[in-house]
Every structure is written in C-alpha cells, then in structure tokens.
Design a protein around this ligand. Structure first.
Ligand code: ADP
Ligand code: MG
Length: 457
C-alpha cells in the first residue's frame, strides 16, 4: 500500500477517537514517510511532538496502525531536520562506497607525465651536460645508479623538462610505474588524507595515499623547496622516501637550490638527499642559448627563417632562463606576422623585442641584476662576468660583483657560485674576503663599491 493512502486511512480512524483539538494539534501535520517490516517512521513538525505522541498516544497509534496495516507495528517519530541529517549521512556513505576504489588497480593510475618533454628535444651544452648525463643514466638504470637524484638550479633551466624526460624514457622502455608530482600536489594529497582521518574511518584515503605513493617504481617530486613550510608533509615524505628507498625504488627530486641551502628542510631529509647524487644545472651560456633557439625555431615550423645575427642578438640579451628564449621567438613571429614582414631582420627583431629586452623583464633575480650593474660599470659583458676568464680587467669586476652579491643579497656562497657560471663556493668566499679586505685600504675601490651599492639599492 502506498504510504500516503495508508496514513490517510490511519488518520481517518484515529480522528474518530480523539477530540478535534487533540487531533488537529497532534496529528493533522504528521506524515508517514517509511514503512518497512512493521516499522513505521512518522514525520512530525517539531521535537516536542515526538515526546508528546510517544508518551500519550503510542498505544492508540499502534492499535490503529496494526489494524490498518494488518501487522504488529513499531513506531518511531522524526523531525524534518533529522530526516535531512539522515539523508546527508546516506549520501556520504554512498559517496564513500562509490569512491572506494575497485580492487587491484584501485584507481586509474596517472603518472602525470608530459609527452612533450623528452631527451630528444633537450638541448645539451656545457652548463647542463652533467645534469643531462645523470638524468640519462638514471633513466637507463632506475633505482640502481644514483638514488636519489637531486636536480637543482634556477628557474627555467630545464629541471622539470629533464624529470619528465626521465619518466617518459622509463615508461617507454619498461613496465615500471612512474609518478611525477609537484610538491604542491604531494602536500594536497597528504592534507586530504589527514583531514579525513580526523573524522571517522578514513581507511580508504590512507590506502589511496599509500597506494599512490608507495606502489610505484619511480617517484619524482618537483620543486621540493615548497615542502619547506609544510612540516607534516615533510615527515610523510620522509616515510615515503624510506619505504621506496629500501625497496630500491628510484627517487628524483628537484629544487631551486642545493640540499644544503634548503633552510626549512629537516636535517634527516637533507641527509637522505646526500645519499645519492646532487647535480646542479648551471645558468645557460650564450652558446647553449643559440643552440636552443635554433632548435625552438625549427620546432616552431614558421615559414620565415631567423638569421644568425638575430639569434645572436637574442642569445646575448635574453638572460639565462630558457623560457625567455621561447617567449622571444613567439613574440618575434607574432610581430612579423602582424607587421606582414616578408623576412625577419635584426631591425625587425630589435623592434619586436625592444620592450622585453630593455626594461629588465629578463633579469630574474638580484644576483643577475647585480652582475649587470657591475658589468656596465666596468664596460664588460655579463657573459664575461660569469665566465672563467682570468684577465684582470674581467676577474676584478667579477670579484667585486661576487662581493656585492654576498653583501646585498645575503645569498649563500654556493648559490652565488652557481650564478657565476658554476664556480666553487670557496672561490666566491675567497673573492668576498679579498674585496672586503681591499675596501679597507683602497679609497678608490671603496668609492666604487659605495656607488654600486647605491645603484643596486
Ligand atoms: P625549470 O623546471 O628548471 O624551471 P623547465 O624544465 O620548466 O625549467 O624549462 C622551462 C622551459 O624551457 C621548458 O619549456 C623547457 O622545455 C625549456 N628548456 C629548458 N632547458 C632546455 C634545454 N636544454 N633544451 C630545450 N628546452 C629547454
Ligand atoms: Mg620546474
């Protein structure tokens, strides 16, 4: 029988036995919302009805309901709010059930790898030769050669590209399971699991996390410096690291600075990083930039050629971040298309890239800015400042620049060394000491330093 019909029958019976006041007050707004196996659930307008009906009318209700339904009934009373809560709970448990991943291969595994980053399209030069070689050897022998592999260097030098290249290589040449995540994704996954665990049973979320991060052969975490502020996530990463490492699973980590310069990282993690191989990707030099530009131009498949003097111009002025090279090429082609140019010339390039190259868009950090200021002062090129050239007219300004970088930015010696074409930290330290000493005795030098310091601001 339909619930509504059933309840109408019931009400018409009970109405006969009650005063109209009692009936109107206590029964007119009730509703049968569930009836199963003799259990009736009756919706009432407010909590107070529940108690009143139970204490005063239970027997009467039962007798009449038994009659109407021809069964031995039990009755419960609920309010609208309680029904809503029940519904929510039901929905949640349904979602939980639905989100319980199916057995084995519980969720669709996503390695997060980008196909377009491969070893094939990674251009190798002096500054990234070592990092490239280490990456290839890890790709060929995951978990065996260098574990963990720690890649570090400034933004835009190809760390992410190399990680994906390693992952793509492994996936294409074995049936190993590779997972690439940014440290942000790792933190999100961890927080999600943790938040749920404060509530009820989150067994499934924990399983999910464990399966995602432990049931793999290669784990890559990009930009791990961002884990610095997330203490709990670091701890979890430590456990993940240990589990994978003891199973000889490959771990690859990238960062914008060396393990030692990760100030907010737990020491025990830094120690782990030191177990494997740390490789520095140095800022690109002009030669590498030219090579990369030529490759990007080919990949662009644009109808117009870019002459060598334009490539030289961009390579010499665009700074070391490879993204800027890509940006310059895109802009150059866009500009030539808009202008309807039939060929690309140096003049066109100067116009197209003027804003970008002149206004310092391409200076990425303070060290590079200081290098530029010092280079201008001594009328040498920034390339020279970063080079290994030993002639006094270049090495003196270089030492001054190192000194100023240390003084004005407080960056670590290794970090400054990296920016100066990959010099050893002891070289930087020596230069800083030397200039600091000379400033004390050489008034002219002191004046120059003051002037430069003011310019740096
Ligand atoms: P990072 O992770 O170090 O900040 P990315 O790997 O994201 O740098 O590189 C930035 C861009 O420059 C990407 O599009 C990448 O493909 C490109 N790139 C960097 N280094 C090279 C290289 N040696 N050869 C070709 N492309 C490169
Ligand atoms: Mg990156």
């Amino acid at each position: 029988m339909n619930l509504e019909v059933l309840w109408t029958n019931f009400l018409s019976q009970i109405k006969e036995e009650l005063s109209s006041l009692s009936y109107d007050t206590w029964f007119s707004e009730t509703k049968l919302i569930d009836f199963k196996d003799g259990s009736a659930k009756v919706l009432v307008p407010m909590s107070i009805y529940k108690k009143h009906l139970k204490d005063n009318y239970y027997d009467l209700i039962k007798t009449n309901l038994d009659k109407v339904t021809n069964s031995d009934t039990t009755i419960s009373f609920v309010t609208e709010d309680e029904v809503n809560i029940e519904k929510e709970e039901e929905k949640e448990s349904k979602i939980a059930v639905e989100s319980i991943p199916k057995d084995n291969n519980k969720y669709k595994f996503n390695s997060n790898l980008k196909d377009e980053y491969t070893f094939d399209n990674f251009v190798v030069g002096e500054s990234n030769k070592f990092a490239h070689a280490a990456a290839v050897s890890v790709a060929e022998n995951p978990g065996k050669m260098y574990n963990p592999l720690f890649l570090y260097g400034n933004s835009g030098l190809g760390k992410t590209h190399l990680m994906h290249a390693i992952g793509n290589y492994i996936v294409n040449n074995s049936n190993k399971k590779v997972l690439y995540v940014t440290s942000e994704q790792f933190i999100n996954d961890f927080v999600k699991m943790n938040r749920k665990s404060k509530g009820e049973n989150n067994f499934d979320d924990m399983e999910f996390f464990k399966e995602k991060y432990r049931d793999i052969d290669v784990l890559m975490i990009d930009d791990i410096q961002y884990l610095g502020n997330a203490t709990k996530s670091q701890q979890e990463f430590f456990h993940t690291f240990n589990t994978l490492f003891s199973d000889s699973k490959q771990i690859i980590v990238s960062s914008d600075r060396s393990p030692n310069d990760l100030k907010l990282m737990e020491d025990r993690l830094k120690t782990r990083f030191a177990w494997g191989l740390s490789v520095n990707i140095n800022p690109t030099d002009v030669e590498l930039r030219k090579k990369i530009l030529k490759r990007k131009i080919i990949a662009f498949k644009a109808p117009l050629d870019v002459p060598d003097d334009v490539i030289d111009y961009i390579a010499e002025n665009a700074g070391s971040d490879v993204r800027h090279l890509e940006g310059a090429i895109t802009r150059l082609y866009a500009y030539s298309a808009i202008m309807g140019s039939k060929s690309i010339t140096l003049n066109l390039a100067l116009d197209a890239l003027k804003d970008l190259l002149d206004n310092g868009t391409y200076e990425q950090n303070d060290i590079q800015r200081i290098q530029k200021i010092v280079a201008e002062e001594f009328q040498i090129s920034v390339e020279d400042i970063r080079s290994k050239k030993r002639s006094a007219n270049i090495s003196n300004p270089r030492q001054i620049a190192m000194y100023l970088c240390r003084k004005c930015t407080g960056e670590s010696f290794p970090k400054i060394g990296t920016e100066f074409g990959g010099k050893d930290h002891s070289t930087v330290m020596h230069s800083c000491d030397k200039i600091a000493h000379e400033v004390e005795v050489n008034k002219d030098l002191a004046k120059i330093i003051d002037k430069l310091t003011e310019k740096i601001g």
